[in-house]
Write a protein of this length. Structure first.
Ligand code: NAP
Length: 254
């Protein structure tokens, strides 16, 4: 363990669970002040309590990241509490509609499609919109956006999710190219299937089918993804910008 993030302030969306929680805990353990942003205040507060019990510094903020005004308010609250912002993980996400595109029910699934885009794609746009000026004002830093292997390859039964996650990769490239010269590096991570609460509703047969798609023979853990995110947010990744970094046990290698 190091104190490589001491003096830095970080914002993590979806920080109450899974990958976001592992990143929030990891950043705090290495010295950062961490804002845990999530839909439910109580869930975010539980992670803050855990961080504080381990000697770290954190703040719980409730926000629906599919709403620009709530993201703007969250960034402002972080800057107000800690005096600036240096690091961010735009990570909140949901599963969304499954099945073949032409079979989706118009009334239900168009609404589900819009909701998925709001949480998985527009949220990243809103996040960067308000984080980037704050990070520049603080003297520079880094952003990581959580995409997916489905931001690199397609899943026939998850067209909406695949679309949103490819969009995250695209906006990461464009924004990274736009702001690196002002000291903001922006990269995306592309996890294979990770054993988090997002997959908890899957029947065992479906879970086992997912495992079989990973040559490494298992799903990933939130901590394995967090290790990569912490690296990308750190000075060790100082020449990485606009990159799409895969962490998938070989899923996209075959
Ligand atoms: P998770 O354990 O379900 O955590 C996601 C968190 O985001 C939850 O706390 C959730 O709150 C919160 N959230 C949902 N909608 C939100 C909103 N509108 N505003 C603010 N917070 C919201 O999921 P995870 O597996 O860690 O996933 C994190 C990210 O990784 C997502 O972007 C996901 O697409 C991506 N990813 C996951 C996998 C995987 O296999 N798990 C693979 C590749 C990429 P609630 O619990 O209250 O809904």
């Amino acid at each position: 363990m190091t104190d490589q993030f001491t003096g830095k302030t970080a914002l993590v969306t979806g920080g109450a669970s899974g990958i976001g929680k592992a990143v929030a805990v990891g950043l705090a353990a290495e010295g950062a002040n961490v804002a845990v942003v999530d839909l439910r205040q109580d869930a975010a507060q539980r992670v803050v309590d855990e961080i504080e019990a381990a000697g770290g510094t954190a703040l719980a903020l409730a926000a629906d990241v599919s709403k620009a005004a709530e993201v703007k308010a969250a960034v402002a609250a972080v800057v107000g509490s800690y005096g600036g912002l240096h690091l961010a993980l735009n990570n909140a996400g949901i599963g969304g509609p499954q099945g073949l595109l032409a079979d989706y029910d118009d009334s239900d699934d168009f609404a589900a499609y819009q909701a998925l885009m709001g949480v998985n794609l527009h949220s990243v746009y809103y996040g960067m919109r308000y984080e980037i000026p704050a990070i520049i004002a603080a003297g520079g830093g880094a952003i990581v956006n959580t995409s997916s292997i489905l931001g690199l390859v397609g899943e026939p039964t998850a067209v909406p999710y695949t679309t949103a996650k490819h969009g995250v990769a695209g906006m990461t490239k464009a924004a990274g190219a736009a702001y690196a010269s002002q000291g903001v590096r922006i990269n995306s991570v592309h996890p294979g299937y990770i054993d988090t609460p997002l997959l908890s509703a899957l029947p065992k047969a479906a879970f086992d089918a997912l495992v079989s798609k990973h040559p490494i023979g298992r799903l990933g853990t939130a901590e394995e993804v967090a290790n990569l995110v912490l690296f990308l947010l750190s000075e060790k990744a100082s020449f990485m910008n606009g990159s799409q970094v895969t962490i998938d046990g070989g899923y996209t290698a075959v």
